[in-house]
Design a protein around this ligand. Structure first.
Ligand code: NAD
Length: 439
């Protein structure tokens, strides 16, 4: 191809959303059919499509189908994949039909949280591997079902807690585990985001053309359509999500659990939850929460403010591992160690370390999943890790909903001790004809 033609070809790819470079497209053509990994995307509006793009950046991955209950999203995403890869994915509106496909190795689940369990278990039962977005599910009990399903049916399940693949977090974990910071006494976590307030109240509207809203609701209670309870902003309503507590909580709490000697479920959990700003806001979830998780090795201290966007160390969100010799502060952009001062020796108690300019790590998390599809090794965020992180977010939400300051979780029995009201929220009640998956 002459330079101008190759430039034009590259420009058209850029216009089409450049996610596949010409060299990658060439590499794809060299992959033999038995080396190919065939994936399908279920839930394609936002994050799911981002995750699909990272899959397609690997030459051996092909997108064979896309499924969504919003035909507008479906048409747009099918067109984008066809433009980028030259192959048109099949079109599905019902994931059950999609899962009947034989030439399909894995599914990516990018639906709202209330759908994760039903789709993931059905996928495991159909013999497909699963990349499921975080939080693993919208309830404690559904996470359990998914963990069991992956084990029972021998499937690879990667939960979308991609920080586990991030350089800043991997190095931070090494500093904590190597003793560089001395004994860790606390892990302080904060997440302050304006979007945590939810949208302003809006009137109900007719369901948009092309949307099967009854299917979108699925196992959740029947409701009239309201844009606030739809794409993106569903996360502020208990029926579909857990607000800022589970949206960001699972990512950040995962990083505290990950450095534990033996990562464990919480037992006693102390929760303070309040709605400071709910005026004219449409949401069920809380904007202000502080949660204490006393763990065997240290105390986890989680501080959340929806509607604020600044925080400690001039970061809206972050994790501070507080050690006897120094504190390491990390988020997706990097980390820095703040040493304690030894007054006698007139010296810092530990060496200062810093890493700047790191970015998102979805691509590496996806690459790990695809590698595990081939090797059958456990991925970097296996179901149990997803379940533990989700537990740390769902327990405070349950406490907030029932107004309990303290809850005690018995992980062996999978129930709360002495609180029946909390126990009732371990699993949601599914709306017919949907029923909880049977394993
Ligand atoms: N890992 C991360 O950093 C990260 C970031 C953002 C979102 N997420 C997670 O990704 C998931 C999706 O979030 P989002 O913001 O992209 O949501 P979204 O509302 O933008 O998109 C969800 C899509 O799923 C579709 N859908 C709903 N029910 C369906 C069904 N039964 N079958 C097929 N399609 C269905 C919707 O029509 C919509 O197109 C959530 O679990 C969210 O927590 C993860």
């Amino acid at each position: 191809m002459n330079d101008r033609r190759s430039f034009l070809k590259q420009s058209s790819l850029i216009a089409g959303g450049l996610w596949l470079s010409p060299s990658l497209l060439q590499a794809r053509q060299k992959i033999s059919p038995n080396e190919q990994i065939r994936v399908a995307l279920i839930g394609a509006n936002n994050m799911g499509f981002g995750i699909l793009r990272h899959h397609l950046a690997l030459p051996e991955v092909e997108c064979v189908a896309i499924c969504d209950v919003d035909q507008n999203v479906l048409d747009k995403r099918i067109k984008e994949v066809e433009e980028a890869t030259g192959k048109k994915p099949e079109r599905y509106t019902d994931f059950r039909k999609l899962l009947e496909k034989k030439d399909l190795d894995a599914v990516i689940i990018g639906t709202p949280d209330h759908w994760h369990c039903l789709i993931a278990v059905a996928a495991c039962q159909a013999g497909k591997d699963v990349y499921v977005e975080k939080p693993m599910a919208n309830s404690i009990g559904e996470c359990d079902l998914m963990t069991q399903a992956a084990a029972n049916y021998g499937r690879i399940m990667q939960v979308g807690q991609q920080q586990r693949a991030g350089q800043a977090f991997i190095e931070s974990r090494e500093f904590v585990k190597s003793g560089h910071l001395g004994k860790i006494r606390k892990v302080n976590i904060w997440s302050n985001f304006n979007y945590g307030l939810g949208n302003e109240v809006k009137p109900a509207t007719p369901t948009p053309q092309g949307v099967d809203y009854d299917f979108w609701l699925g196992p959740a209670p029947k409701r009239d359509f309201n844009p606030n309870r739809f794409h993106g902003s569903w996360r502020h309503f208990w029926d579909y999500g857990g607000g800022l507590m589970s949206d960001w909580g699972v990512h950040l709490l995962d990083m505290a659990i990950w450095v534990e000697e033996n990562p464990a479920a919480p037992s006693t959990v102390l929760t303070y939850a309040k709605n400071v700003n709910k005026e004219n806001r449409d949401r069920d979830t809380f904007d202000t929460m502080n949660v204490l998780f006393p763990k065997k090795d240290f105390l986890i201290n989680y501080d959340m403010n929806g509607g604020l966007q600044s925080g400690p160390y001039n970061k809206p969100y972050g994790i501070a591992y507080v050690g006897e010799l120094g504190t390491l502060v990390v988020n997706r952009s990097g980390y820095e160690i703040y040493p304690e001062w030894d007054g006698t020796a007139k010296a810092a108690k530990c060496e200062v370390k810093k890493l700047e300019g790191t970015t998102e790590s979805h691509n590496l998390h996806v690459a790990n999943f695809v590698d595990c599809i081939k090797t059958r090794n456990q991925p970097s965020c296996p179901p149990e890790a997803g379940r533990l992180a989700a537990l740390h977010a769902h327990i405070p939400n349950i406490a907030a909903r029932i107004g309990a300051e303290q809850l005690i979780w018995d992980d062996a029995k999978r129930q709360f001790i002495g609180n029946n009201e909390a126990n009732k929220l371990i699993l949601p009640e599914y709306r017919e004809p949907w029923t909880l998956p049977k394993l």
